[in-house]
Design a protein around this ligand. Structure first.
Ligand code: NAD
Length: 466
């Protein structure tokens, strides 16, 4: 009998459907299929140019079905349809197009060595890649792994988060339609502790690309040690968003607001620690609070909605607990702070929440809440704020708002983060690398940097003399 698990719409609490729950035997079947496709058969023989065409075709088919993809992502995750339809899915399409272009440009080089030798390198695919993906940007974060992996000639086993597997299944359908050879792309739905772990430990998997929490990242590294897995990790964050006293106030308020409330704050790079210069603190906070009070959680399927449902009741409860922690720590709750009722009242909605008077040592400033909760910290001095911003186990992203170009670059150079935005927040592009310093991860996704993680180098020596 097929084991199943229910998947729920977090905006209504209603069951959407039953998903197959894979077990370790299914992991083994998927690995065998991926291995066979990698070693022999049409995928292994395919010219790079044809892989590029196939990736482009996947992009075309996603675009053709974009409304359905966006709808599935929204009912599964709770994110506003505005985000899934006009931000996430278009970027998925662009990521496949971007790496379609790379398929023919992944190659080795010739090297001038001493002696009568011709030396050259081949850049070869690694093999079977396990792409393990979280629930916050389900198909988008999958595309960051699957597109470069395929462009380089690897085969993929895609494991979506159990809470948000619907777009992964639709993606599998699209791959079949596009003509992806059997075994080149496999999708397994089920528990991370069973199939995620099963993939990490399986000797037939060559590489693991995980996006998830830092705890999961550590567990994956430990479990991957026995089979010496090649591992890249995109993990958590607690990103500082720094407002200097000469910032364009309105632009910075908007940046602070989008930095935390976009994606319900369930964004690894969310600007969840807001540092505001004491000189403009009061004006700034007043404007930010006014703006935030107008943001009401609402039906994610309504195109006007800008704050959707938290991904699950469990995650909502975790966020609400952090709000209690913030109150107990003595931070000042200036807006939000509670569950909101939307529609049938069974959805997991939280009011956008701001704590002021936070210190960087508080738990709400150090730990990833992963919800629409902002911790605002006042500062007086530039070097002090850089020190405090860096005083975090994480180092995923950061932003600085200022009109002074010298200060902007000074801060950008000194921040320990994989991405720094200057007078902007939450902008991404398939060509721009993304990844973390410190406990935020290992390796970079997107851009040409990702190709390093999906290929290995073979060096060839040719004796030119006798
Ligand atoms: P999670 O770590 O619980 O799960 C991520 C994925 O790993 C899921 O598919 C899950 O099933 C699987 N998994 C869980 N335990 C596993 C194990 N022991 N072995 C193998 N796989 C396992 O994360 P989540 O709750 O789905 O997502 C939120 C987290 O992801 C946050 O910490 C967030 O910061 C992080 N994230 C990081 C980035 C980034 O690019 N750095 C982007 C998005 C989310």
């Amino acid at each position: 009998m097929t084991r199943t698990v229910t998947t729920v719409n977090p905006a209504t609490g209603e069951v959407i459907t039953q998903l197959a729950e894979a077990n370790e035997a299914d992991v083994d079947t998927a690995v065998r299929a991926a291995r066979a496709a990698f070693e022999e058969g049409p995928w292994a023989q395919m010219a790079a140019a044809d892989r590029g065409k196939l990736l482009w075709k996947i992009a075309d088919l996603i675009e053709k079905n974009i409304d359905e993809f966006a709808y599935l992502e929204t009912i599964d995750n709770g994110k506003p349809i505005f985000e899934s339809r006009y931000v996430d899915m278009p970027m998925v399409v662009e990521v496949f197009q971007y790496y379609a272009g790379w398929a023919t440009k992944v190659h080795g080089e010739t090297i001038p060595v001493r002696g009568p030798f011709f030396n050259y390198t081949l850049r070869e695919p690694i093999g079977v890649v396990a792409a393990i993906v979280p629930w916050n940007f389900p198909l988008l974060l999958a595309s960051w792994k699957i597109a470069p992996a395929l462009a380089c000639g690897n085969t993929v086993i895609y494991k979506p988060a159990q809470l948000t597997s619907l777009t992964a299944l639709k993606f599998a359908e699209i791959c079949q339609q596009a003509g992806v050879p059997d075994g080149a792309v496999n999708v397994l739905t089920g528990k991370g502790s069973v199939i995620g772990m099963g993939l990490v430990k399986h000797p037939g998997v060559d590489k693991v690309a995980l996006t998830g929490s830092t705890e999961t990242g550590k567990a994956v590294m430990r479990a991957g040690a026995d089979t010496l897995k090649k591992i890249t990790l995109e993990l958590g964050g607690k990103s500082p968003n720094i407002i200097l006293d000469d910032a364009d106030l309105d632009a910075a308020v908007k940046g602070a607001y989008n930095g935390i409330f976009y994606g319900k704050g369930e964004v690894c790079a969310a600007g969840s620690r807001l540092f505001v210069d004491k000189k403009l603190h009061d004006d700034f906070m007043q404007k930010l609070i006014e703006r935030t009070k107008k943001l009401q959680p609402a039906d994610p399927l309504n195109p006007k909605t800008r704050l959707g449902a938290i991904v699950s009741e469990d995650q909502m409860n975790k966020v609400l607990e952090y709000i209690e922690v913030g109150k107990k720590e003595g931070a000042k709750l200036v807006t939000g702070g509670e569950r909101a009722t939307v529609g049938n009242g069974k959805g997991a909605f939280i009011l956008p929440t701001i704590f002021d008077g936070v210190t960087n040592q508080m738990r709400i400033a150090q730990e990833e809440i992963f919800g629409p909760v902002l911790a605002a910290i006042e500062f007086k001095d530039l070097d002090e704020v850089i020190r405090e911003a860096n005083n975090s186990p994480y180092g995923l992203a950061a932003a600085v708002w200022t009109r002074d170009i010298r200060k902007a670059h000074y801060v950008a150079h000194r921040l320990k983060a994989g991405t720094v935005w200057i007078n902007a927040y939450n902008v991404y592009d398939p060509a721009a690398p993304f990844g973390g310093y410190k406990s935020s991860g290992i390796g970079r996704e997107l851009g040409p940097y990702a190709l390093e993680h999906y290929t290995q180098i073979k060096d060839v020596w040719v004796n030119l003399k006798d």
